[in-house]
Write a protein that binds this ligand. Structure first.
Ligand code: SF4
Length: 477
């Protein structure tokens, strides 16, 4: 999972890009980068959060009226700065690109890019695969008379060649600005517009939250497979060439997206309250009698308060959060993650003591964080702890850019409900049901592959093995 932002307009964009990336920081904290274009590419990228990568001297150098930026969460590839985005190539024209998602057929692509297109990839980041595939297809066109149709043809060829989840934004030097998605629209990408004194300025981003800060109005979501190209005169061209049925990642609503973002015309916070209803029903049916409902801050707040409202049981903040430590789920490797949970969350003793607590988390991935939470609550005087997971049991790896790509890591892949309850030492365990979730989103067409094992893009055994191997190499397990 990563965050992307691109701006194309009439004014200097670097400051907006950097400010906007801070609003997408929850999507990745491994690295951040920006490239602007003012006749040449001006790039700055580094490891860590946006605030530690960019200094005012960088801002003075990042000139240009168009630029793209990225916050990285490494799912495949290392956490080296070489793998940080954006990436750029100088031929044809000069191309720079950022993307969010994961390429599934990376081994075949790497091979075909080398053997057929004679391009050697210098990084293991899969934006390079998309960028080099794009460059290889584009160079087949008549570059002296490049048309908008040529650009659409090129993206269509990329969409057919690259299997996986990707939302991408690209600068084509002196030709225009481009945004596109994979044929299934797995990762979100929104388009915004701002009217400035000099004219219209366009932005594309993973989430709308950064538009609010930057003063852009949400124009729309890109459709699955959609290609938007803005030419040098500022004219917007759009086409859908290679579209499949939408398979939007349901986890964006459950966990990844920020609660104030609007994705596919739905406010994420309201979606979490909606998902709380069937959870409350399951708690009722299980005849659990919590004294209070607490959340694991902060992505579970709307689930917990929604359940509390439905059950007419008080919601309390039972865990204090240190906001200056990153999100535990998106921190490399298990040891660091566990240490971070303790640094990040501290029980509020008087709220917990002597009570039957229903603690709501967005999901249970490995189970180790949940077990630590239960033990923390019990050590601070909780009489009973009921664990509520807003996501159904995660039984299968995500191959589309979320850090759970090895099956053995997932507690629900090899344990049943009773075993998981025992492993995390909870007095009761309630999961969201996949059927309830599908019922809630029957009009959206979502990806549920990590619960069901049905991968919308299709995937071979061999690809699954390659993804797992790549993951092992990345030192995140
Ligand atoms: S497998 Fe799960 S996390 Fe991955 S894209 Fe699908 S729904 Fe999202």
């Amino acid at each position: 999972m990563c965050g992307i932002l691109g701006i194309y307009g009439k004014n200097e964009v670097a400051e907006e890009l950097i400010n906007g990336l801070t609003a997408l920081q929850h999507r990745g904290q491994d690295a951040a980068g920006v490239v602007t274009f003012d006749g040449r590419f001006r790039m700055k990228k580094g490891l860590g959060q946006v605030s530690s990568v960019f200094r005012s001297k960088n801002l003075a150098r990042l000139h240009g009226n168009c630029g793209i930026g990225h916050v990285r969460y490494a799912t495949i590839g290392s956490t080296d700065v070489l793998d940080a985005q954006p990436h750029a190539v100088n031929y044809p024209f000069g191309l720079a690109m950022v993307h969010n998602g994961n390429v599934v057929n990376f081994m075949q692509l790497r091979k075909s890019l080398y053997e057929e297109n004679h391009r050697l990839l210098e990084t293991s980041n899969d934006v390079a695969l998309i960028l080099y595939s794009f460059a290889s297809e584009l160079e087949k066109k008549n570059l002296k008379k490049l048309t908008v149709n040529d650009i659409f043809d090129t993206v269509e060829a990329v969409q057919k060649r690259v299997l996986g989840a990707y939302s991408a934004i690209s600068i084509i030097a002196n030709r225009g600005f481009l945004a596109f998605t994979d044929p299934y629209g797995i990762r979100p990408i929104v388009m915004g517009v701002k009217r400035t004194r000099k004219g219209k300025q366009y932005a594309f981003a993973s989430e709308t939250t950064c538009f609010d800060y930057l003063g852009y109005e949400l124009e729309r979501n890109l459709e699955p497979g959609e290609i938007v190209f803005i030419d040098t005169k500022g004219k917007v061209h759009s086409e859908i060439r290679h579209r499949k049925e939408r398979a939007f990642c349901i986890f964006e609503y459950i966990y990844f997206a920020r609660e104030d973002s609007v994705i596919l015309d739905r406010l994420v916070a309201s979606e979490r309250v909606r998902m709380a209803k069937p959870l409350a029903e399951r708690i009722r049916k299980a005849k659990l009698d919590p004294d209070i409902i607490i959340d694991v801050p902060t992505s579970s707040y709307f689930f917990a308060s929604g359940i509390a409202e439905d059950l007419k049981i008080p919601y309390r903040r039972g865990l204090a959060k240190n906001h200056h430590v990153g999100r535990s789920f998106i921190t490399p490797n298990q040891k660091k993650r566990e240490l971070m949970v303790r640094q990040k969350l501290n029980p509020i003793r008087d709220v917990i003591k002597g009570k039957k607590i229903a603690v709501v988390d967005d999901s249970i991935v490995r189970g180790t964080t949940s077990a630590r939470l239960v033990s923390l609550l019990k050590a601070n005087g909780a009489k009973k702890v009921y664990f509520i997971s807003a996501a159904p049991p995660i039984k299968h790896p995500c191959i589309y850019g979320i850090d759970m790509s090895i099956e053995q890591e997932l507690i629900a892949s090899h344990s049943n409900l009773k075993q998981i309850r025992k492993a995390i030492d909870a007095d009761a365990l309630i999961y969201q049901s996949l059927d309830d979730l599908k019922e809630l989103y029957k009009d959206v067409h979502c990806c549920y592959a990590c619960f069901s094992g049905e991968y919308p893009t299709g995937v071979t055994e061999e690809m699954m093995k390659e993804i797992a191997q790549e993951k092992m190499k990345s030192n995140r397990v």
